[in-house]
Design a binder for this molecule. Sequence first.
Ligand SMILES: *[C@@H]1O[C@H](CO)[C@@H](O)[C@H](O)[C@H]1NC(C)=O
Ligand SMILES: *[C@@H]1O[C@H](CO)[C@@H](O)[C@H](O)[C@H]1NC(C)=O
Ligand SMILES: *[C@@H]1O[C@H](CO)[C@@H](O)[C@H](O)[C@H]1NC(C)=O
Ligand SMILES: *[C@@H]1O[C@H](CO)[C@@H](O)[C@H](O)[C@H]1NC(C)=O
Length: 443
Amino acid sequence: MRRLRFHHLLAVPVLLLAAAVVQECAAQGGASAGGDHAPLVSPLAKDPATSLYTISIKDGAGPLVVDLAGPLVWSACASGHPTFPCGSAECDAANCWHQQGRPWHQDYGAGAEVDGGDRFCACTARPCDPVTRDRCAPGDLTTFAMSANATDGRNALHPVAFQAVGACAPDQLLRSRSLPAGTEGVAGFGRAPLSLPAQLAARRGFGRRFALCLPGVAIFGDTPIYLGYYPPDLMTTIASTPLAASPKSGGYYLPVEAISVSWPNWNAPTARAALPPGALELDAATGRGGVTLSTVQRYTAMRSDVYRAFVRAFNETISTPGYVKPMPAVAPFELCYDTFSLRRVRVLGWDVPSIRLELGAGASMNWTVASGNSMVQAADRTLCLAVVEMGPGAAHGAAVVIGGYQVEDNLLVFDEDKEVLHFSGLLWGSGATCSGFNFTAPQ
Ligand SMILES: *[C@@H]1O[C@H](CO)[C@@H](O)[C@H](O)[C@H]1NC(C)=O
Ligand SMILES: *[C@@H]1O[C@H](CO)[C@@H](O)[C@H](O)[C@H]1NC(C)=O
Ligand SMILES: *[C@@H]1O[C@H](CO)[C@@H](O)[C@H](O)[C@H]1NC(C)=O
Ligand SMILES: *[C@@H]1O[C@H](CO)[C@@H](O)[C@H](O)[C@H]1NC(C)=O
């Protein structure tokens, strides 16, 4: 049994948080919190070597990798860090998916361990490598000092300090080559009581809502959002769709029913990918299938049956006018085209077919993926469709994992209270950009 090192000064505020968090885990109840309810804003950045996105939120430390489907915060700990007893509410929160018979740890490693059933031992959680998902290791559950700025959706207003519960990063994970140099762990944004947005929502009582605009900014709480020179509150203008949850992962799923490809501004028929029936459905019992979003996967990955049908539809559509010249494939991509045979369009990138994710009932619009998010220049004169085929035994078991490249410069607002995703599509040309948040405080 490990020695108890619970720090009593932390006990009161942290237990308040944990009570709200545990209630949420059991009953999805709205948490209440006193004091400052202002939403918070943090800058995001993109690591050029790994293309992972990071958030600067932990005090006196490097940034943390943003893992949209991750259940936990984990980071480096100093020796003498506080711990939680195994019987504590925080330990239960780290463990609650497990207790509900949802073996999340098989995918994501959120299960906490209880040493020999002793309720006063030190609680550990099991963080996992966010990219490979397969390397997991135990680390003490502890608290981290963090800060972000309060915001009215327009400016950063004043700094706010807070504590977040998370796991100490086991050495083998911190040294993992998956993590960018200079980062010090991971901030999980998934559906779990100890994810960063869930803890902030419980602590500040501002609703279980957060916005990601990669690679520029994350905003926590229910607020209007102003980015750049586009004057209106973006929340009043962007589209929305119902969200779905999987019983087996902490991810956010979209009700995509079909994928189609068509030339914008060109009077050609729309080609719909000839998917097997139910190919995109999320199986509510097993958690397999479905279309989900990831910030740790670079490019959208599709299960083989979906990928083949989609690639055929795209290639047929782009070949129809007869002037687009194929180029040899550049791994990991398969469909590449000669930029000399394509026209550049002023704002949105290249004149190529756009991809439409056809959404189910309740969506205000289908999701159009413009060329700025669908094509990547992979070599000289070579523009490739930025989608890859999933390997066999892919970790998620999803039919489609929409990758970070496909949602850069898109505003995404996840509202777990309403189970709705607000999405802007590519912001280029609107006057708003993900790097346009005004971090200067008004005088
Ligand atoms: C808050 O914003 C100010 C600029 O207004 C910035 O200097 C400071 O670093 C920010 N604090 C945090 C914790 O992000
Ligand atoms: C794409 O279409 C072209 C022209 O029809 C064809 O030559 C090529 O083999 C197709 N590529 C793939 C990967 O299907
Ligand atoms: C999405 O596209 C399909 C096929 O074109 C169409 O039937 C449906 O009405 C669209 N949905 C919305 C919300 O526009
Ligand atoms: C950012 O906000 C400050 C304070 O309100 C304002 O003075 C400044 O003009 C704004 N900057 C931009 C680029 O809008």
